[in-house]
Design a protein around this ligand. Structure first.
Ligand SMILES: [Zn+2]
Ligand SMILES: [Zn+2]
Length: 133
């Protein structure tokens, strides 16, 4: 199976071959701050399975060995690598898939840093679009 995806503006495109090693929803503070979102979905692949097919991401050093690659034009975060903790591995932000339904999330990780109310987010009222006025 080949997954394709890209950033919001389309300047960056990628392709990932084969099955994802895993798909985790990360609640760590680094992901939260960098994405500006309560959690971030990451699918893990061998580096050799991932190819950037268009554009060149900007690299942000988010920790000593952590690298977050994003589109310098529109700001979308795409990849995470950590040569020390995850050598040979690329994490792809699953929200950037052309079809995010293809690889369902399998776990929540880093819940030690999760925002308290996120633990019960699935219990919130849900609306097809917006709440009635
Ligand atoms: Zn972009
Ligand atoms: Zn994280």
């Amino acid at each position: 199976m080949a997954i394709t995806g890209g950033c919001h503006c389309g300047a960056l495109r990628y392709e990932a071959m084969g099955e994802a090693i895993t798909h985790a929803l990360c609640h760590c503070k680094d992901c939260r701050r960098h994405a500006g979102a309560p959690m971030v979905g990451w699918t893990m692949y061998q580096e050799s399975a991932v190819k950037i097919t268009k554009g060149a991401p900007k690299v942000y050093h988010s920790s000593e060995f952590g690298r977050r690659l994003f589109c310098a034009d529109c700001g979308t975060g795409l990849f995470y690598t950590n040569a020390q903790v995850l050598p040979g591995i690329v994490d792809i932000q699953s929200g950037t898939y052309d079809d995010p339904e293809l690889v369902p999330a399998r776990a929540h990780i880093q819940v030690a840093e999760r925002i308290g109310w996120m633990a019960r987010a699935h219990e919130l009222p849900a609306f097809e679009r917006y709440p009635p006025q």
